[in-house]
Design a binder for this molecule. Sequence first.
Ligand code: IPM
Ligand code: MN
Length: 328
Amino acid sequence: MGHKIGVIGGDGIGPEVLAEGLKVIAAAGVELDTVDYRLGGARYLDDGVVLPDEVLEEWRGLDALYLGAVGTPEVPPGLIERGLLLKMRFELDLYINQRPFVFEGDGDRGAHDFVVIRENTEGTYAGEGGFLRKNTPHEIATQGSVNTRHGVERCVRYAFELANGRPRKHLTLAHKTNVLTFAGDLWERTFHEVAAEYADVETAYNHVDAACIYFVQSPEQYDVIVTDNLFGDILTDLGGAVSGGIGFASSANLNPEGVSMFEPVHGSAPDIAGQNLANPTAAVLSGAMMLDHLGETAAADRIRKACEDTSVLVGSTTEVGDIIAGRL
Ligand code: IPM
Ligand code: MN
């Protein structure tokens, strides 16, 4: 029997890229027992369903979840994001969002990779705040950032563990301690306290705005980066853009003690949906991260290898899937 996987294709290009991911996993010889869940903006428009509690309960019993992308322009912004994707992250306590970036290197620059560890259940995403006197000239909107010692520490600890297991053993905290003097202070203190337990890991600190410059100018300075939810969201789009394009950026939403979810960093791209145009590599590489998590590390390594030399991975969605599968 194969691993039990919940598959949520979602909206836009989501189902197209996931189909290629599943094709490649099969080509790598790993058997999955998939259960399909039709969820997302299109489903919501059909019958109003976003994410029933029974479905969440079912998911807790699976080995992993594999998600394409959710969201469609016909649905008000936030409804599917908060009601489905963020609900998944919060309810399943997927507190680590791990996003690796690979730089292939060219004439001027050697090959390199770094990993961003994004806190995935707190910060400005927690939904703290609200409106007062909405739709009046005196309207007030607040949206606070929630940072708990528990939430920050488990994320920072995960990042130190990861860095400690990598050859370079280097971890950078990215935040904005010069302005966010409360949240930043908690992150920085926690970071230094945990650092004391990892004598072999060299540490650094960057303000997140400066990190944006270094991502572009000198990404080789990074090994592992740990940051909060919103900074991590922004930095990882930039990470994708500077490391070959968002079409190659994969991610794992991890609950190290429970069920985890794997998805490309990119969104549903409604403008190119249904045209066999989307690059499926991000979904394929997210599938490889899922296989790592399932203990299928040899197959995961082979898939990553098959995704190397990205200049050859050109063509339609299905063609790129075929090229990768063919290399296996
Ligand atoms: C991501 C996405 C999500 C986020 C959106 C779709 C809610 O941009 O996974 O990076 O902001 O986390
Ligand atoms: Mn994002």
